[in-house]
Design a protein around this ligand. Structure first.
Ligand SMILES: CC(=O)N[C@H](C=O)[C@@H](O)[C@H](O)[C@H](O)COP(=O)(O)O
Length: 228
């Protein structure tokens, strides 16, 4: 699905909301996630990030903002849209932007990140967001042709400590590297102030997931505060 330069530019300085429910959870239903996505758009989300082919399809029908799609397979190692096969399926489902593992780790299908990105570009109209875990990942992903660079995997690959909130130092260092690609701050952004800080550190746009769309976790934060 094609995203014009103007549409991509429209995400500058804006909020992207990630709507994901995890295996076995009550809200794990494509229609539910599409409804959550549509609610986020009412609140000001300039784009939506969703996981799973059906969620991408339902969300495309429910919102008129760009959709970032991903396909999680497993939960450790390379699991975010890990292969060319997964990436093309995400594009086929209607994602404007295919989010995929953008680390320097070996991929399960043996293809390089460059080959994976090239396949998406050649066989679909979708852009590619590389979910990175470090500055070195970001440098390599930009070199490999990623259209957007995300900090999604900071704290999840062993290269960076898992900060309590967003890894603002990483956001700042990728921004300072001036890669010429939109930098999407993502991961553990739990408050409006943290979202603002990510933007001030040089992000092009900011993804918030859990703090907006994951009621079980949000409820737990409040519950823990009351229990002291
Ligand atoms: C590491 C990983 O698997 N991240 C996933 C990527 O899509 C999602 O589980 C996160 O919810 C998403 O990145 C948004 O981050 P947060 O929910 O922290 O605002």
């Amino acid at each position: 699905m094609l995203l014009s330069d103007a549409q991509l530019e429209g995400l500058r300085g804006r909020l992207i909301v990630s709507a994901q429910a995890y295996p076995g959870e009550p809200m794990r239903h494509p229609q539910t996630m599409a409804q959550v996505a549509a609610s986020a758009v009412i609140g000001g989300a300039a784009a939506i990030r969703v996981q799973g082919l059906a969620d991408i399809q339902f969300t495309r029908s429910a919102v008129d903002v760009p959709v970032i799609g991903l396909f999680k397979d497993g939960h450790d190692g390379v699991f975010i849209t890990p292969t060319i096969h997964h990436a093309l399926a995400v594009a086929q489902a209607g994602a404007h932007i295919v989010a995929l593992d953008g680390t320097r780790r070996e991929r399960p299908d043996g293809n390089t990140l460059l080959q994976t990105i090239a396949a998406v570009h050649k066989q679909s109209g979708a852009l590619v967001m590389a979910d990175c875990g470090s500055l070195d990942d970001a440098l390599a992903a930009a070199e490999a042709g990623a259209d957007l660079i995300g900090t999604t995997l900071a704290g999840y690959t062993g290269e960076r400590n898992k900060t309590k909130g967003p890894d603002v130092d990483l956001i700042a260092s990728i921004a300072q590297a001036q890669l010429g690609k939109p930098l999407v701050a993502e991961g553990r952004i739990h408050s409006p102030a943290q979202a603002r800080a990510a933007l001030d550190a040089g992000a092009f746009s900011v993804v918030v997931g859990t703090a907006i769309t994951h009621p079980a976790t949000i409820t737990g934060w409040f519950d823990a505060a009351l229990r002291g």
